[in-house]
Design a binder for this molecule. Structure first.
Ligand code: ATR
Length: 288
């Protein structure tokens, strides 16, 4: 019956997110809602783990037979050292956000970039294979998204970064997956004709709470036919997205990236399709 189904038993599978800090994480609520909706016998919790104890935490996960974990700030890079295998998504981006325990073998994945690209397709209807895309920023988030876009056969991909050398480095590191064209950006003006660009993806921390009046792209450079996207979801409507909206451009909010990185992780662990609408609503309801 329904009551006994919701109980934790000796066969319940274990999932968790580890990070430091962790109490702000929306992942437990989102995943437990999804697990219950799919009647998958599992539970998802959160652990605050310091860098000094990361290795022991991973060994603990292994010893206790956890089915999987999410890994968040500041452990996404360091955790690689303690895993048995890396999926290409993790090796290409140099970071892991999802671990799958495959019968004792710990495999690292990065679902951030893949999740972002899926949200762009499913929520904003972007056809990546025919799009010319500009990524703003060349840090870890940009790298994961660039990898996923190249894997999806993006028609043309530009990366603009304040420090231009980092854009060149990103292009070099991802060259085996396809061409990335590094460009400069000065005072918010990318060194590129805006009419050449269909989609702009903002991946820096510029505009994040509490600096909500900042934008890394000048509104004068934006065009109405563009899809303008920001991976920041605090606030949901960044300054950049507000400017884009005023022009009549299509905007794509950062919440989708969070929901879909979780959806892909959920599918890796449970081998079932993720209830993405429910997951999105669960997270949305917790936002202030
Ligand atoms: P993440 O892993 O979250 O992407 P990161 O690796 O620290 O973080 O990268 C931060 C990105 O935001 C970089 O592209 C950075 O540009 P620089 O390489 O020039 O530092 C960009 N960034 C951060 N603050 C910025 C600012 N005030 N103006 C423009 N770009 C900024």
């Amino acid at each position: 019956n329904a009551a006994s189904k919701s109980l934790i038993s000796s066969s319940t599978q274990l999932l968790a997110v580890i990070g430091d800090p962790i109490r702000q994480s929306k992942s437990p609520l989102m995943h437990n809602a999804a697990l219950q909706a799919c009647h998958w016998d599992g539970v998802y919790t959160a652990f605050q783990v310091s860098s000094e104890q990361l290795e022991q935490a991973i060994e603990g996960m292994r010893a206790l037979g956890f089915r999987g974990m999410n890994v968040t700030i500041p452990h996404k890079e360091q955790v690689i050292h303690y895993l048995d295998q890396l999926d290409e998504s993790a090796s290409a981006s140099g970071a892991v956000n999802t671990i799958v325990n495959d019968n004792g073998t710990l495999i690292g994945y990065n679902t951030d970039g893949l999740g972002y690209v899926r949200s762009l397709k499913e929520e904003s209807g972007v056809d990546v294979s025919s799009a010319s895309i500009l990524i703003i920023g060349a840090g870890g988030a940009a790298r994961g998204i660039a990898y996923a876009l190249l894997r999806e056969g993006c028609r043309k991909l530009y990366v603009a970064n304040r420090t231009k050398e980092r854009a060149f480095q990103l292009a070099e590191d991802l060259a085996e997956f396809g061409a990335v064209i590094p460009i400069g950006i000065d005072e918010g003006i990318p060194d590129l004709n805006p009419d050449e660009v269909n989609v702009v993806i903002q991946t820096t921390s510029v505009g994040m709470h509490p600096n909500v009046d900042d934008s890394p792209v000048a509104s004068s450079w934006l065009r109405q036919p563009m899809v303008v996207s920001d991976i920041i979801y605090n606030p949901l409507r960044t300054k950049l997205l507000q400017s884009a909206e005023q022009l009549g451009a299509t905007v794509h909010e950062g919440l989708g990236m969070f929901v879909y990185q979780g959806a892909i992780a959920f599918e890796l662990w449970t081998q079932q399709p993720a209830p993405t609408v429910l997951m999105r609503q669960t997270v949305y309801d917790t936002l202030g």
